[in-house]
Design a protein around this ligand. Structure first.
Ligand code: NAP
Ligand code: G4F
Length: 345
């Protein structure tokens, strides 16, 4: 019998990569999408077929803020594995909508876990929770499973609730539930307002179309960036292990936002130079100012330095990433150029 997976957050970056990975593993994949006034399924359109035809991929309307929909979908699908990737996942935006962020990103997890109990399927289903390095926040790197949590945003705090409620339901009710504590992971499908994709899109537009200028915030934050394709494999591996545990997933290397910009320029074969300091720091290309700082992109409290130690996952799950920072940048830039070329046909 084919295994059935249910993915909350199917329309996001990781949802799309995970669905494609599980379909290749011969799963039947069900995804939960929320209603929106314009189409939000672009990332999975390539695997979606008319449900009247033979397909292993299905979409259902639902919302993590709506307990009834969560309960009904789980009851209807009876999944073997549930992946909770749904979240208001933007750290900066979480300062603008903290209550909503808590409702989706914290209580959404509780709603799934409690539906599992209500339906009495705690011995049948495995649960993955999308935790984050943002929970470490101000704790010094390298961060691993034993590092103290010190979140610095409403998003990080909501995710910390989800982390602990997952641990609690595992211990209290014996649910096979795992927290993946994933460090930043990117791809050509990354949301356009996260810094890597914003930089790639902005610079491709400037260099290939001669248009626009990029405004950024803190150039000196350090992040441990990996590729989403590698990270969704780790999610699946956690649910195939003998025991449910929590794992850090990371590349083990960190770079500044400014270094990421330099790598993108290198990949595009362009030389830029930097002038000035603080809010007056600027980047130039052929004397043209192409990047400036805008303080609106600074956060009230920043996470300055993230770098994970994922040796537990590498040893116990035999997880090894294929990508490094250069292959990530190459993939993102290549796909962006392809997109621009398709638009101009
Ligand atoms: P993403 O692209 O922002 O996707 C988030 C998904 O959640 C989208 O499908 C979104 O739907 C859905 N969602 C938002 N609100 C919802 C609601 N009320 N009900 C149901 N679904 C809702 O995020 P991602 O980068 O794929 O990340 C996946 C998960 O991993 C998230 O939980 C994120 O917080 C976590 N995480 C990400 C990273 C990273 O670096 N990418 C690192 C650590 C942890 P719409 O498409 O309709 O908005
Ligand atoms: O790309 P970011 O918005 O990602 P951030 O805040 O690290 O969060 C991402 O990774 C987390 C894992 O650690 C996930 F849990 C979370 O869901 C999300 O996927 O920002 C990265 C850094 C920050 O320090 C930010 O201040 O880039 C800095 N930055 C500088 N200028 C900017 C900008 N970030 C954004 N989004 N936009 C800017 O213009």
């Amino acid at each position: 019998m084919k295994k059935k997976a249910l993915i909350f957050g199917i329309t996001g970056q990781d949802g799309a990569y995970l669905a494609k990975f599980l379909l290749k593993k011969n799963y039947i994949v069900h995804g939960v999408k929320r209603r929106s006034s314009s189409l939000n399924t672009q990332r999975v359109d390539d695997i979606y077929l008319d449900p009247h035809k033979k397909t292993n991929f299905f979409l259902h309307h639902g919302d993590l803020t709506d307990s009834l929909s969560v309960l009904k979908i789980i009851e209807k699908i009876k999944p073997d594995e549930i992946y909770n990737l749904g979240a208001q996942s933007h750290v900066g935006v979480s300062f603008d909508v903290p209550e909503y962020t808590a409702n989706v990103t914290a209580l959404g997890t509780l709603r799934i876990l409690d539906a599992i109990l209500t339906l009495r399927i705690q011995n049948k289903v495995k649960f993955y929770q999308a935790g984050t390095s943002e929970m470490f926040g101000a704790s010094k790197p390298p961060q691993n499973e034993k590092t103290k949590f010190y979140p610095r945003s409403p998003y990080g705090i909501a995710k910390l609730y989800s982390h602990w409620i997952t641990v609690n339901y595992r211990e209290a009710y014996n649910i096979f539930a795992c927290n993946g504590i994933l460090f930043n992971h990117e791809s050509p499908l990354r949301g356009e307002t996260f810094v890597t994709r914003k930089i790639v899109m902005g610079l491709c537009k400037i260099f290939l179309e001669g248009e626009g200028k990029l405004y950024l915030g803190n150039l000196y934050a350090k992040r441990d960036w990996g590729h989403a394709e590698d990270y969704v494999k780790a999610m699946w591996k956690m649910l195939q292990a003998k025991q449910p545990k929590d794992y850090v997933i990371s590349s083990g290397k960190q770079y500044t936002v400014k270094y990421f910009i330099d790598l993108v320029c290198e990949e595009l074969g362009i030389k830029i130079f930097w002038k000035g300091k603080g809010l007056s720091e600027k980047a130039f290309w052929n004397d043209k100012n192409i990047i400036s700082i805008d303080k609106r992109y600074f956060r009230p409290t920043e996470v300055n330095s993230l770098m994970g130690n994922s040796s537990k996952a590498r040893k116990e799950l035999k997880w090894t990433p294929k990508h490094n920072i250069r292959s990530l940048v190459k993939d993102m830039v290549t796909e962006e150029i392809n997109r621009i070329n398709k638009l101009s046909i």
